[in-house]
Design a protein around this ligand. Sequence first.
Ligand code: IVH
Length: 707
Amino acid sequence: MPGSKTRPKERLAELRDLIRHHDRCYYLNDRPEITDQEYDKLYAELVGIETQHPEWITPDSPSQRVAGAPAEAFEKVAHRQPMLSLQNSYSIEDIDAFEERLRKELKDQAPETMEYFCEPKFDGLAIELVYEDGLLTRAITRGDGNVGEDVTQNVKTIRSVPLQISEAPKLFEIRGEIVMLKEDFRRLNEAQQEAGEVPFANPRNAAAGTIRQLDSRIAASRPLRLFTYAPGTIEGVRFESQHEFETTAGKWSLPTVGVAAENESFAEFEARLNSILQSERKAPHVSSLGLARICRGATEAKAYYSFIQSVRGRLPFDIDGVVIKVNRFRLQDDLGFVARSPRWATAAKFPPEQAQTVIEAINIQVGRTGALTPVAVMRPVKVGGVTITNATLHNQSEIDRKDIRVGDTVVIQRAGDVIPEVVEVVADKRLPNSQPFVISNICPACGESAEKPEGEVILRCVNPGCPAILRESLKHFVARRAMNIEGLGDKQIDALVAAELVKRPSDLYRLRAGDILSLERQGEKSATNLIESIQASRKTQLARVIYAMGIRFVGEATAKSLAKFYRTLEQFIGASEESLMQVPDIGEKVAQTILTALRGPYLKKELQRLVENGVEIEAVSQNAGHSQTLAGKKFVITGTLPMGRDEIKDLIEASGGIILSGVSKKTDFLLAGEEAGSKLQKATELGVAILDWDAFQKMLKDAPLTT
Ligand code: IVH
């Protein structure tokens, strides 16, 4: 074929292999070999070929990770073999008792020293993946153990989960745990908070909430991981041991915590992990951690338990104990089950990092978006080495669910090593005269009444003049990642608001040194410094300005997407609903919120005031932000479409596409709206790929998966 080195079908196979390889590098090994842009380019090329040849799309193509429309409900699916639970033990001595039972059961066949396979007990949710002829066909939650829910579409969005395993036998079922890494959890919660949403209590809740999303696009946007730990039904190959199973699973690109080398002594194991976990600040390359290992006898299993407990806080994911399994499958079969648990395994749990204390008060904090959040103020107590005094109670329904009252003695724990959480009330320590706590619908900061929008659980103060909202908005506005005004601390912000020198963020750009000097405890030096840093922040980027406005749901990433898309403040101010829906990662809810804000009395004016007061926004260059998903692709547009022609042209060009006026053999795509006429006919005759509006939107939106 002239002009092309490889035929499209071969190129497609090559692209799929390349993308799978880079997915593994990025998600399994945490060692990317190419930039995000280079990855996007490969992906766009793949989608381009598949759009032209939909008949070539296969279920294991990387493009199939993101599904279309949200599901109505999850289908219930039976497990071929029930997913059982583990017997829990809560003290290290129970490991001796476990070995004692094994010896009794196995009588004469027990070898001198029991061989165990030991690994962490992940604190996530159990899942079963079914590979048939090497293809991932189903992912089913544990459910009641017999019947779970089909969450395949969501599990497919986890990039470290292979969609296809070429080495796998005819039927290959594996079990594992879905978790969210602590670092990913921290970032997700930051974004939730920025968006004025209720943060997740811990990584497990975040993972569970994500896997049960009916809209797989939400699952795709949240970083989940899988750890493989057990076989289900397997036909066509036999594994001798848990060790062999996990080592092989790892070789076949299934994510695991990695198995330590067989000849590594326990002392070497400890030394190696101590050094990895000390030196790596960011989540280490999990599957090469080699956290799972064979332990010989209860003594070594107990040492494993103690060692893992000592590094627990430094692991990149939450665990709540270790699982000790008889290594040989033949012995496992001999041992069998009692009730719903295998005799061949035990979960040795760690004592929770919990403590009891008394709630002295429940304060209501007013957030930047007006959200009223109840916060428990507690008698200071140490949990896992950290003194805790405050814990968020989230909202009224959380307070009701746990029936938390002022004066109550409560059990608290640190969830995911970050946010302290009230677990429960100690019922028999409740004071006789205690009253249920109800959040007043009067804003504690301004005295106006707060509202609870329908379908939401959070009360919000809607008074635009509320000083608490203003203070919080200003703190957000000046933050390093927003307008980056150095040296303007919380105390000064409070003073500026109290003195009514600042009534809205744009007023900061009208301050003079004299204004600051008029505040209490402000010297000349600090006044000039502050004016200088305000001055320095004037030259800025559009993404920062959009982010700084604190629009609900618009965190840093969304602000960047908006800036890339609109390029100038004027275009952003004039955004239409249709164009907002074209911005990567923006769905209807966010688009509506932005639109309402832009049409409201405040946002547009405030943005204009910033410019009037001397904020200069650098223009975003023509192609800067858009991943060049349509690079070089030739488009012809025809018929009536839901968006203006010029706007569509801008969109295509911004993604690297080219607009042609007439259909020819060289045309890659015809975008055909309603009442398309001769162009459509010609394109059909020439075999040019035809896109309707939905397909076009999908093409623009789905391609840059990494943004
Ligand atoms: S093996 C027969 N290994 O613990 C069950 N389970 O109480 C064999 N879990 O629902 C399970 N980490 O969600 C196994 N390394 C691990 C595990 C693990 C966590 C969970 C799993 C299961 C529960 C059983």
